[in-house]
Design a protein around this ligand. Structure first.
Ligand code: ATP
Length: 427
């Protein structure tokens, strides 16, 4: 028998995983001076090329666990492996050069240009100038920034979202197999956050690292995570599974409580967009003075506007920063603009937001004219209100139904309950 010497060809669209698996074995963290361990005893395997999102209530040990992977926090007990390397025995500085790390506000050196920031670790590693310059240009493009415009800027001359993009580029500079992200998108506005999330998904599609991300936001976790890890206090794993599995089969009452009631979904198809109060929007037409439009928007407390055509139909929804980057409103058309009609269900609205990967959507009337906007938060708050009402109804039914003595203040209800019971017993 002859051995095959050919390596199986990758299927079209297959990506080369450059990430390494991460394994935690019996990892414990006891902070000095505390009685309860922050992380009790954690065994965890993360597959190469996966994004795993850590979620859980405040203080449950997410950040502690994350930082034990690059030993910004030293484990009290246990071992951490990246690939085959037992990193608990490595020089921590060396280790951190091979593990990308992204924190909340980018964490860039403020007096260094973007180029210098991105080149920080490659310089320490002794790369030559040309290689660093090429890598910087590649990474800026990867994170969606124009190298010609941004490479020589200082962080303070960039938006929070742009700084965070540079933070990601810097973390990827030395091509590490692992990227750790500690609430990377929590300091930016929701629209920017959605864009950064989408950008991370696109980047990961290309680079296929192993990414661990700590987030407070379950939506973000389900959006980004190939798997989501739900912790409870003491770094206890309550469920570690794909978002679909968690939503369909929460492992226990803790997880159920954490992700919210499943009834939420049922309500989405019952309610309509017109039942939800829309936010007002500032509209403008192509060619108007940007300054005037921005002034109008600010007076209304808006941070973005909708550019509409002569029929009032939306073309784009630029932020004021984008508006003010030009003298006049441009004729740009955003082909991915999410819109829903007032007659759509809330489910449609969420679909539209998700399809466009947006945290909000424009609302149009039957003729496609913009009448306002809707955010996921406002849709969710309506649903939560409905659920609370539904629970109150059930609770009041149960308290009266199961009470031994009749409540004199509710004779009609008691009677009807009794009637229903006697009818049921007759049938
Ligand atoms: N340096 C420290 N010294 C003592 N206790 C600490 C220290 N850092 C964290 N802790 C405690 O360890 C526990 C876990 O903290 P950790 O920051 O890992 O939680 P977390 O899940 O990331 O919380 P959050 O979501 O609020 O950021 C908490 O009870 C916290 O108070």
């Amino acid at each position: 028998m002859t051995e095959s010497t050919t390596t199986p060809a990758a299927a079209p669209g297959d990506r080369t995983v450059t990430g390494a698996p991460i394994r935690l074995e019996g990892v414990v963290k006891k902070y000095r001076g505390t009685t309860k361990p922050a992380v009790k005893k954690l065994d965890l395997e993360i597959d190469a090329g996966d994004i795993v999102a850590f979620v859980g209530p405040s203080g449950c040990g997410k950040t502690t666990t994350l930082k034990m992977i690059n030993r910004l926090i030293e484990p009290t007990e246990g071992k951490v492996f990246i690939g085959d390397r037992d990193v608990t025995n490595e020089d921590p500085d060396k280790l951190r050069q091979s593990v990308g790390y992204v924190i909340q506000s980018g964490g860039l050196f403020p007096h260094w240009s973007v180029r210098k920031n991105i080149g920080a670790i490659p310089r320490v590693l002794g790369w030559d100038k040309k290689k660093i310059a090429d890598r910087t240009d590649y990474l800026l493009d990867l994170v969606g920034l124009d190298a010609a415009a941004f490479a020589d800027r200082l962080p303070k001359d960039m938006s929070g979202g742009q700084q965070q993009r540079v933070g990601v580029a810097r973390a990827l500079a030395a091509d590490p197999p692992v990227l750790l992200m500690d609430e990377p998108f929590s300091a930016v506005d929701p629209i920017t956050r959605v864009r950064l999330q989408d950008s991370l998904i696109a980047i990961q599609h290309e680079v296929a690292k192993t990414i661990v991300i700590v987030t407070h936001d379950f939506e973000e976790a389900t959006k980004l995570g190939d798997k989501v890890l739900i912790f409870s206090e003491g770094g206890q794993i309550e469920q570690y599974a794909t978002p679909e599995e968690i939503l369909a089969n929460p492992a226990n009452a803790f997880v159920e409580e954490f992700i919210g009631s499943g009834a939420t979904l049922a309500h989405l198809t019952l309610s309509r967009v017109k039942d939800v109060e829309h936010d007002e929007v500032t509209t403008a037409t192509v060619g108007e003075s940007s300054k005037e439009v921005a002034g109008r928007a600010r007076a209304a407390g808006h941070t973005w506007i909708v550019v509409v055509d002569e029929h009032g139909r939306p073309r784009a929804w630029p932020s004021l920063r984008e508006v003010e980057s030009q003298d006049r409103i441009t004729d740009y058309i955003d082909s991915r603009l999410p819109t829903v009609a007032t007659s759509s269900t809330l489910n449609d609205a969420l679909d539209s937001m998700l399809a466009a990967s947006q945290g909000g959507t424009l609302v149009t009337d039957g003729r496609g004219r913009v009448v306002g906007s809707l955010t996921i938060a406002s849709v969710m708050s309506v649903i939560r209100g409905q659920l609370a009402d539904a629970r109150d109804d059930v609770a009041s039914y149960e308290s009266h139904h199961h009470g031994d003595q009749q409540d004199a203040s509710l004779p009609a209800f008691s009677e009807s309950a009794q009637t229903a019971e006697s009818e049921a017993s007759r049938s």
